[in-house]
Design a protein around this ligand. Structure first.
Ligand SMILES: Cc1cc2nc3c(=O)[nH]c(=O)nc-3n(C[C@H](O)[C@H](O)[C@H](O)COP(=O)(O)OP(=O)(O)OC[C@H]3O[C@@H](n4cnc5c(N)ncnc54)[C@H](O)[C@@H]3O)c2cc1C
Length: 382
């Protein structure tokens, strides 16, 4: 990429790539076929510190910056997008705790989680009737003498059936964003009912379920941050999370492009390799250029997050461009494979299915455009 990296960022990326190549890539197709959640692999990733990457070392995490996180996410997704999205939602949840939990909550939940004792974590914001319009959520948390009682449902929760803890957003006040608070709900909390696994198009080894709260009882200490602060907590975590999804989609596209380049060099038609056709060369050149542009936007957003600068629109630009570029690259690589691109024998078929959801979760492309346009119209000078 020609972008200067620190030794630490390089080490994180190398460790992630080494693990991904040895432990994730060989079983990715089989996990996709059987929709097997990579629980053992997630345990090993916890030992490497990849489940709590952005959690400071004092709280038991790896203390990685956003650039290192993006590099690691790309490397993992190149091998297995399902594992990458499990890491993405786990890191989203754990970053919220490291930023907003009390010292007691960190000792009780964050440290054991970072050590791998709790498995993955989930981030539970979306509901059956609202995803993009998250401020309209209706899951309610009512305070009583024994703590909090939660009622309602969450939808599409990554690792919801496997997570040791859930970071859940629920309404504690009136309508709108000000009425939302953030809670830690442990696995097996009384009244927490886990729905069946969704039968998804792609990223099939990542578990995705609904969570039902039926008079779900949690302790008074389950509230994270102040009452009514849940929405800004969710939004700021999602802003940084989008950089991770941008990197994840670059990883997917890089693996498709590598497969396409190899195929173009060996497959022959009309007496020459596909790579000798100028059309193929132009397609590959466009893919490489778009992916490098996606990288630059992603690393810019990660750097801004690391320096504490304004990064909301930049993170959305990275997610929008990288996920849309991923869709184009992967589609072109299926086309380049001809009929073989439509067969489960070839990895591009799985990558094509895995790629589609990156334009939907952690904010659809339309939502990213809203964030970018709002910032543009609000700013008086750039
Ligand atoms: C595999 C998978 C994993 C997921 N994991 C999680 C998770 O771990 N935690 C979690 O909380 N959620 C998760 N989600 C949910 C995901 O974030 C939502 O699906 C997403 O935010 C879109 O919400 P929605 O499905 O309700 O669509 P809707 O909000 O109903 O949107 C439908 C369509 O309308 C468009 N639209 C909506 N509003 C506007 C507008 N104002 N202007 C223009 N267009 C608009 C959208 O872009 C979309 O195209 C996951 C989803 C999937 C598929």
């Amino acid at each position: 990429m020609g972008i200067p990296l620190t030794d630490e960022q390089r080490m994180v990326a190398d460790a992630a790539r080494d693990f991904a190549t040895r432990r994730l890539a060989p079983g990715a197709a089989e996990r996709d076929r059987t929709a097997r959640f990579p629980l053992d692999e997630i345990g090993a990733l916890a030992e490497l510190g990849l489940l709590a990457m952005k959690v400071p070392i004092v709280d038991g995490g790896a203390g990685t910056d956003n650039v290192g996180y993006a590099l690691a996410m790309e490397a993992i997704a190149e091998a297995c997008a399902s594992t990458a999205v499990i890491l993405a939602s786990s890191n989203l949840a754990s970053k919220i705790l490291s930023d907003h939990a009390s010292p007691e909550q960190k000792e009780r939940w964050l440290r054991p989680y970072a050590e791998g004792a709790l498995g993955p974590a989930s981030f539970a914001l979306s509901e059956p009737s609202c995803g993009s319009d998250a401020a309209a959520l209706t899951t309610a948390a009512r305070e009583d003498a024994d703590g909090w009682l939660l009622n309602g449902a969450k939808m599409w929760i990554t690792s919801g059936a496997q997570a040791g803890m859930h970071v859940v957003f629920a309404r504690t006040g009136g309508a709108g964003p000000e009425g939302i608070s953030c809670f830690i709900v442990p696995r097996g909390a009384p009244g927490l009912v886990v729905g069946k696994e969704e039968d998804k198009m792609g990223q099939r080894a990542s578990g995705t379920v609904a969570l039902h709260f039926e008079d779900c009882r949690v302790e008074p200490s389950a509230l994270v941050g102040a009452r009514g602060e849940g929405y800004p907590i969710a939004l700021s975590a999602l802003g940084a999370g989008r950089v991770g999804i941008a990197a994840l989609s670059i990883g997917l596209a890089e693996s498709a492009l590598a497969a396409g380049v190899a195929y173009a060099q060996e497959r022959r038609a009309f007496g020459r390799t596909l790579g000798e056709f100028q059309n193929t060369q132009f397609v590959l050149a466009d893919c490489r250029t778009e992916l490098d542009a996606a990288w630059l936007l992603t690393l810019r957003a990660a750097r801004l997050l690391d320096t504490g600068d304004k990064a909301a629109a930049e993170s959305s630009m990275a997610k929008l461009f990288a996920t849309e570029a991923c869709g184009r690259v992967v589609d072109r690589m299926v086309q380049l494979h001809g009929g073989n691109g439509y067969s489960r024998e070839y990895p591009v078929e799985r990558i094509y299915r895995d790629a589609r959801v990156t334009r939907i979760y952690e904010g659809t492309s339309e939502v990213q455009r809203l964030v970018i346009a709002r910032d543009l119209l609000r700013s008086t000078s750039r």
